[in-house]
Design a binder for this molecule. Sequence first.
Ligand code: AMP
Length: 192
Amino acid sequence: MINIVIFGPPGAGKGTQAIKLVDKYNLFHISTGDVFRKNMKEQTELGVLAQSYINKGELVPDEVTIKMLISEIESNTNVEGYIFDGFPRTTPQAEALDKILAERGTSINMCLALDVEEEELKERLRKRALDSGRADDANPEVIQNRIKVYLEETSPLKAYYANQDKFVKINGHGSIDDITARLFESIDSILA
Ligand code: AMP
């Protein structure tokens, strides 16, 4: 089993690249943002709760997010591996993920972190807002808050994975294909 965390700030290209890795390594894609958005669309109880945080650019509370993540894993067990996209975003989430995987006799192999400068992130999110229909992409204040939350709450996870020797920084600038090639190269060298 291969389990990958695709990591990076909002707009770094995690979702775009996760899809490429799914195809090549036959992984099951879990995007917590996508699950929240689906629930928001359907106006489920989870969706209504998540929406109040997401529209402000805040994180959905750990307790809710971890519960949802466990249920995603439990309903998709017959897989060759997972790619976690947008999770973990806090230290308690990373600890919970390690525990859930350990209980299933597996673990995270690597955290691939897309490194992109702040100005470029904002530009990508501005462009994405034109067709994503995402309220959290359309508002510059919300974007700024998402970046702030990333720096304060999520970026400490770099050290979390570095301490486990699982942190790999990937240059996130350039064309989609160039970045995909860098990811493939890193994964193949780690798996070799
Ligand atoms: P994303 O699609 O990954 O950019 O996520 C969109 C929004 O969903 C984030 O700005 C958060 O509000 C929320 N969200 C997604 N994943 C998480 C997570 N792991 N923990 C808390 N909130 C999350």
